[in-house]
Design a protein around this ligand. Sequence first.
Ligand SMILES: *[C@@H]1O[C@H](CO)[C@@H](O)[C@H](O)[C@H]1NC(C)=O
Ligand SMILES: *[C@@H]1O[C@H](CO)[C@@H](O)[C@H](O)[C@H]1NC(C)=O
Ligand SMILES: *[C@@H]1O[C@H](CO)[C@@H](O)[C@H](O)[C@H]1NC(C)=O
Ligand SMILES: *[C@@H]1O[C@H](CO)[C@@H](O)[C@H](O)[C@H]1NC(C)=O
Ligand SMILES: *[C@@H]1O[C@H](CO)[C@@H](O)[C@H](O)[C@H]1NC(C)=O
Ligand SMILES: *[C@@H]1O[C@H](CO)[C@@H](O)[C@H](O)[C@H]1NC(C)=O
Ligand SMILES: *[C@@H]1O[C@H](CO)[C@@H](O)[C@H](O)[C@H]1NC(C)=O
Ligand SMILES: *[C@@H]1O[C@H](CO)[C@@H](O)[C@H](O)[C@H]1NC(C)=O
Ligand SMILES: *[C@@H]1O[C@H](CO)[C@@H](O)[C@H](O)[C@H]1NC(C)=O
Ligand SMILES: *[C@@H]1O[C@H](CO)[C@@H](O)[C@H](O)[C@H]1NC(C)=O
Ligand SMILES: *[C@@H]1O[C@H](CO)[C@@H](O)[C@H](O)[C@H]1NC(C)=O
Ligand SMILES: *[C@@H]1O[C@H](CO)[C@@H](O)[C@H](O)[C@H]1NC(C)=O
Length: 662
Amino acid sequence: MKLHLSLASLAGLTGLVSHASATAIALPRNPSPEEAAALALAPALHKRGSPDAPSGYTPAKVDCPSSRPTLRNGMTLSQEETSWLKSRRNVTVPAMRELLARLSITGFDSNSYFDKHASNDSALPNVAIGVSGGGYRAMLNGAGAVAAYDSRTGNSTGKGHLGGLLQSSTYLAGLSGGGWLVGSLYTNNWTSVQNIINTNTHYSGSLWNFENSIFEGPDTGGFQILDSAEYYNNLHDTVSAKADAGFETTLTDYWARALSFQLVNASDGGPAYTFSSIQDDAEFKKGNTPMPILVADERNPGETIISGNATNFEFTPWEMGSYDPTVFGFVPLRYVGSNFSAGSLPTNEACIRGFDNAAYVMGTSSSLFNQFLLNVNSTSVPSLLKGAITSVLEKVGQSEDDIASWEPNPFYGWNNQTNPNAADKQLTLVDGGEDLQNIPLTPLIQPLRNVDVIFAVDSSADTTDAVGANWPNGTALVATYERSLNASQANGTIFPSVPDQNTFVNLGLNNKPTMFGCDAGNFSSSTPIVVYVPNSPYVFNSNISTFTDTYTLGQRNAMIENGYDVATMGNGTVDSDWPACVGCAIMSRSWNRTGTAVPDICNQCFKRYCWDGTVNSTAPTPYQPTMRLQALSVTSAGLRRRAVPAAAAFLGAVGVTGALLL
Ligand SMILES: *[C@@H]1O[C@H](CO)[C@@H](O)[C@H](O)[C@H]1NC(C)=O
Ligand SMILES: *[C@@H]1O[C@H](CO)[C@@H](O)[C@H](O)[C@H]1NC(C)=O
Ligand SMILES: *[C@@H]1O[C@H](CO)[C@@H](O)[C@H](O)[C@H]1NC(C)=O
Ligand SMILES: *[C@@H]1O[C@H](CO)[C@@H](O)[C@H](O)[C@H]1NC(C)=O
Ligand SMILES: *[C@@H]1O[C@H](CO)[C@@H](O)[C@H](O)[C@H]1NC(C)=O
Ligand SMILES: *[C@@H]1O[C@H](CO)[C@@H](O)[C@H](O)[C@H]1NC(C)=O
Ligand SMILES: *[C@@H]1O[C@H](CO)[C@@H](O)[C@H](O)[C@H]1NC(C)=O
Ligand SMILES: *[C@@H]1O[C@H](CO)[C@@H](O)[C@H](O)[C@H]1NC(C)=O
Ligand SMILES: *[C@@H]1O[C@H](CO)[C@@H](O)[C@H](O)[C@H]1NC(C)=O
Ligand SMILES: *[C@@H]1O[C@H](CO)[C@@H](O)[C@H](O)[C@H]1NC(C)=O
Ligand SMILES: *[C@@H]1O[C@H](CO)[C@@H](O)[C@H](O)[C@H]1NC(C)=O
Ligand SMILES: *[C@@H]1O[C@H](CO)[C@@H](O)[C@H](O)[C@H]1NC(C)=O
């Protein structure tokens, strides 16, 4: 705490000192016996992503490293990723060995298979998980799936469960609401979903506490330090300080700061946590966690429509950039904010750090939710903040409500022939789902990454039928598939064929897990199998509207429990073969590489779960999925859906025509 104070004072940020010096865990003012007990039980959530920015939320000058930061092209993976993959491999292979033994695929001796290929682990499977967007609904349904895949979750390694799949994964990608989940786990020391739920009672702060909307801010009286007035001041002061330092600010900055209180650090909103700090975390470095990837879309200068060929950006702990043929380059994330030109940092330009605030990266991926802030006048937010938000709105105009400004553009003068933003000092990024690719698949289908199987958790709100609205219908997969057919933008990526959305609904492909690309014979072996895991009701109607921004703890936990059941098919109660079928999907490409015969049970699994090419594009009857198991007794009372008055018109203006985000 002393250190914080002196650093902040050195940086001349006296106005921020009181916030920056907030202790990580604030004590209840007058703890009741229950609070004291909760406090004693609560395992401290230590931070993994760390507060390493030089000056809190404000990007600031630092000494340049001896070799000045430069951009690289997209012909290869980064050196950092390449060497990290070796460490991760040493961790995923034993995890997979354990997982496959538990999934017990009849007729497959997994231990001898892993022994046989121990000396050549590129023969073994390479697993990835992608978590879709869709606001808090997507974050929570995704959290349930991640909890199911996580061997640290109680009971998750029992029969019928899938714990260990997360430990077996190389990549964990998130987009928009899915990015909140991914970013939050990494900025909280790779804690488990279950640990957050167990720790986060009414008494323990605002991490994943969505009982109050971001307008109200965290509750006081519990573990909180800031009261509402301090909370609003903090949002206002941190964003103003960034603007005063000469950086363009947008609604995304306010949105990011507010999100940060719920996702990064409950007490002071973690203004100094950077996404790039994850690269220095000891456990991540050792390969003990998957590699996080967040996704955003690029908006071309002067355009408001985000088309299916918009450049897809990815954020990793080391870099931001794109493998798309347009930008086809990467910048060290840690030094974004520096004034790069034509791929290098001119000698008269300083090195800047702290631009890549972790919540700003999450906020960029979810910039559509800036829309929440349009309600500012109907809330009790004090006039200081109302005025600040309104003035941003007036400055940028409605068509810019959803943007995140990454200025100075690190890709200025980079790949002039193909890069749409090469001549622009501002790089404009928007919500990763605005091109309708609402699952972060682009990074996972890059041939350089050699992914064999992607668990694609989809919580999109696609269906519009009055009774069965806000369920996914395959739109995200269709968008990625269509993009992969566009030779000019695919740049070597291949995606298995998927049918149209009517077929998804008619065949029930959106109502239970469905696999695509099972038949390696139809594709090059570098096409991953996609295990589509669509949100559906097992024990709770988890089709909560995207713009619902408050959940009671009971509703939150019910969403997560339902997501767990979605991923495990009710812990194997709906189909006791499901865990084995997951094992078959994991092994399939590896068996092909090693010329191993596919066990019978897997052939049955593939028959049951793989889309077989059948199409029925007739307009379906209204979608109305039924609850699969005994419903939890949690009412949906109290869920508050934000009226977002301008949202419909706005979504039309930016070309999001589907119901995806409403
Ligand atoms: C983070 O979690 C790891 C376990 O994964 C633990 O060993 C470490 O002590 C934690 N870090 C901090 C700063 O508490
Ligand atoms: C991976 O494990 C092998 C065998 O134990 C060891 O030789 C190698 O150094 C490890 N690699 C990394 C990057 O940890
Ligand atoms: C390792 O396995 C891969 C895939 O099966 C194969 O292409 C490669 O030749 C193998 N390498 C060695 C050294 O056996
Ligand atoms: C694990 O299973 C036991 C027995 O079914 C149950 O009592 C316990 O609540 C479960 N734990 C979790 C974390 O679900
Ligand atoms: C993207 O698509 C639009 C409309 O389909 C087209 O005008 C534009 O040239 C395309 N851009 C790229 C980079 O392919
Ligand atoms: C991807 O795009 C880059 C830049 O346009 C190009 O150099 C590269 O050859 C492309 N890769 C493939 C596999 O098409
Ligand atoms: C809030 O109300 C003020 C005063 O009526 C108005 O000028 C401003 O544009 C409104 N702001 C928003 C975000 O609607
Ligand atoms: C690339 O574009 C930048 C910005 O417009 C310009 O300054 C630079 O001269 C161009 N470089 C080349 C090689 O054309
Ligand atoms: C599928 O979702 C899209 C929006 O993503 C919607 O426009 C379309 O009507 C839906 N179709 C079906 C059959 O649910
Ligand atoms: C592996 O997949 C290829 C197509 O990529 C197919 O031709 C071949 O028959 C498969 N091999 C085995 C052993 O299944
Ligand atoms: C599946 O297991 C999880 C974790 O133990 C539990 O929360 C959930 O209720 C179980 N679901 C069913 C249908 O038993
Ligand atoms: C195709 O879907 C329609 C609408 O759901 C349904 O009425 C029809 O029976 C289906 N056709 C076939 C051949 O299954």
